[in-house]
Design a protein around this ligand. Structure first.
Ligand code: ADP
Ligand code: MG
Length: 401
């Protein structure tokens, strides 16, 4: 895939109407009170919005929230987002009562340079997820004949929806600053990494990481395997894994990957020891055993101390580190040690450090290393597909540089 895409600074937006696709899919209080429990995504959108407003563009912002599946669910209205965005910007955010209906059309037509309008939840219309061309055209028409489309919702670029891809057929399409950074840092690391490139792969299952392992084997110098998936690799090589997470159906694949690493001259590291627990619980009894020697009745929930040392040494003089997947069940403090040690090691290297994947980003944040990393991807599923080397429809549709 070509990552060299135009951004909002490569195109004239001054005085124009800009349709801006944001990711305002924020978590809301479960009691239906309309309280936003984490406004990180709204704050993340501010640089692009502020730039556009400073350029005297008229901004027509839009996003989806939740999965209303074409139904007008009031608890998924953008009303709370408009209020929070308005507070953060320190200016009025006009909220449309619909998406591409009469109210949105009238408010978009009347919108003045330097003003911002927010449309209702895109997924109130079935045309959004179906990438219906009429719906995409109606969205584009809000920006008018001279309009521009700016895409800044990285979390949805792996989906070909009307607002993430379809609309680019009708308006000049460029990225906002959030997507630009994802392209620069992750795209850069995949296309022309500063070497050595070390990929750390963990998380729960081999089966959810097949594409990532396979693609990174093509480009990395070293691959480090941790987390639950390591036990499938261990079992495939004849190791005893007790009650650890094991995917029988993926043992064969694990062996193929080990062979592929050999053929390509990629160094592939597997755990040499593991922390095992007598139950899957935060207060489980634990002990350290050698990899492949897990006693019956015990399960591996973290990498062991020798493995920690091995892995930390492996990243010490990396040029780039791409990390997806925690090393253990970091949600339990007792089994977060391996993940924390790796995060600490990354924080100390001079390498470009990239964190992809929803749980990995959460782990790094929770453990307090977020501001020590070069880049934490803002998209969970999107960043995985990015690392798999897949064509992302929401990126492919943007203008090439
Ligand atoms: P990401 O969202 O970053 O791609 P994954 O979804 O693949 O990461 O994996 C995250 C999950 O993997 C975490 O919830 C973590 O508890 C789990 N995990 C890590 N190691 C183990 C293990 N040894 N056994 C069971 N689950 C594990
Ligand atoms: Mg996950």
């Amino acid at each position: 895939m070509d990552y060299n895409k135009k951004s909002v600074t490569d195109i004239e937006v001054r005085g124009k109407k800009v349709l801006l696709r944001c990711d305002f899919n924020v978590p809301m209080a479960k009691d239906g009170s309309g309280v936003i429990t984490d406004d990180k995504r709204i704050r993340a959108a501010l640089p692009t919005i502020q730039y556009l407003l400073e350029q005297n563009a008229a901004v027509i912002a839009c996003s989806h929230m939740g999965k209303p599946k074409g139904e007008w669910k009031p608890e998924l209205s953008m009303t709370p987002v408009a209020a929070r965005l308005s507070e953060l910007l320190g200016k009025e955010v006009i909220l449309a009562k619909d998406i591409v209906g009469e109210d949105a059309q009238a408010k978009a037509a009347a919108l003045q340079p330097g003003q911002i309008l927010l449309l209702e939840n895109l997924r109130y219309d079935k045309g959004e997820t179906k990438n219906n061309p009429d719906f995409a055209k109606a969205l584009a028409d809000l920006a008018g004949a001279d309009g521009v489309y700016v895409s800044d919702a990285f979390g949805t670029v792996h989906r070909a929806h009307a607002s993430t891809a379809g609309v680019a057929a009708y308006l000049p399409a460029v990225s906002g600053f959030l997507i630009q950074k994802e392209l620069d840092v992750i795209g850069g690391a995949l296309a022309a990494p500063k070497r050595p490139l070390v990929a750390i792969l963990g998380g729960s299952k081999v089966s959810s990481k097949i594409g990532v392992i396979n693609n990174l084997l093509e480009i990395a110098d070293t691959i480090i395997i941790g987390g639950g998936m390591a036990y499938t690799f261990s079992a495939a090589q004849g190791g005893k894994v007790g009650n650890s997470l094991l995917e029988e159906d993926w043992k064969e694949y694990s062996l193929e990957m080990l062979q592929k690493a050999k053929d390509k001259g990629v160094k592939l590291l597997l755990p040499v020891d593991t922390v095992v627990a007598d139950k899957f619980a935060p207060d489980a009894n634990s002990q350290v055993v050698d990899a492949g020697q897990i006693p019956d009745g015990w399960e591996g929930l973290d990498i062991g101390p020798k493995t920690v040392e091995l892995y930390c040494n492996a990243v010490a003089d990396a040029g780039t580190v791409i990390w997806n997947g925690p090393m253990g069940v970091f949600e339990f403090e007792k089994f977060a040690v391996g993940t924390k040690a790796v995060a600490e090691a990354l924080s100390k290297t001079d390498a470009i450090t990239i964190i992809g994947g929803g749980d990995s980003a959460a782990a790094v944040q929770q453990l307090g290393y977020a501001d020590k990393m070069t880049h934490i991807s803002t998209g969970g599923g999107a960043s995985l597909e990015f690392m798999e080397g897949k064509v992302l429809p929401g990126i492919a549709c943007l203008q090439d540089k």
